[in-house]
Write a protein that binds this ligand. Structure first.
Ligand code: MN
Length: 256
């Protein structure tokens, strides 16, 4: 079972569903995954368990991204900040049953400005769950295949894309995120959002879409190592981007 879970953890949702049905593992997909052994599966799918959403494992050691992102930042960011978003999201959902049993993507898609605690903590949970997968030690240094072709078509070349994405990250005033998304026209689009908003929140953002890469530019993401030098953190980020996951997210978003 553990080997199966480890393999499932590397799959995207589409691949998982295909494999799950082929293997007849009998996972109940809705409304809530109840078997304790299926908690890791629920986490992969972005679904809540009977105890609500859970903090997903980081997948690598806290220090694995050094010197680009330091171990203490990673430990606090994952174990304190992300954990708090998960706990507060579960508390908020307990008072707002319309969100119960939904995947984290569905929670983000349906949230409105009225439900501030869901917006902030649901966004916090989705954004960080994705962010941990978009960064990795020792990954491919550049995108390839269809994603590279799309980047070159949209931005000219990879460096121009990095410049434009970096500019969105640099100029986000205060706390927030920079994004690369696939929009409704199936085009790559760069945007940035304040706080824990994200492009899935279609009623709240200027440029809705499916995020395939995001960068956390809250000070908690970089201040211990970079202090006020956000541009240095943005430059360092490119050393740890997990282009394999970004490519897989691109392929999945284009099939939607
Ligand atoms: Mn963060």
């Amino acid at each position: 079972m553990f080997t199966l879970l480890a393999n499932l953890a590397r799959m995207n949702k589409r691949e998982f569903l295909k494999t799950a049905s082929a293997l007849s593992v009998g996972v109940v997909l809705s409304p809530v995954i109840s078997c304790a052994n299926n908690k890791a599966v629920a986490s992969v799918l972005g679904l809540p368990t009977e105890d609500g959403f859970t903090l997903p494992a980081l997948g690598f050691d806290f220090k694995a991204l050094e010197p680009h992102i330091d171990g203490m930042t990673m430990e606090i960011h994952h174990g304190k900040h992300h954990a708090a978003y998960v706990a507060n999201l579960n508390k908020a959902i307990a008072t707002l049953p319309a969100y119960a049993g939904k995947s984290i993507e569905q929670v983000c898609e349906m949230v409105t400005a009225t439900d501030g605690a869901i917006r902030n903590n649901g966004g916090g949970h989705y954004n960080h769950s994705k962010f941990w997968k978009w960064i990795t030690p020792g990954g491919a240094k550049a995108p390839s295949g269809d994603l590279l072709i799309a980047i070159e078509r949209n931005f000219g070349n990879l460096d121009e894309f990095k410049k434009a994405f970096g500019e969105a990250a640099k100029t986000r005033f205060g706390s927030g995120w920079a994004w690369l998304s696939i929009n409704a026209k199936q085009q790559l689009e760069i945007s940035s959002t304040p706080n824990q908003d994200n492009p899935l929140m279609k009623s709240l953002v200027d440029k809705p879409g499916t995020p395939i890469l995001g960068l956390d530019v809250w000070e908690h993401a970089y201040y211990l190592n970079y202090q006020n030098k956000r541009p240095d953190y943005i430059t360092a980020f490119w050393n740890v981007v997990n282009w394999d996951v970004v490519s897989a997210d691109y392929a999945a978003a284009m099939k939607k």
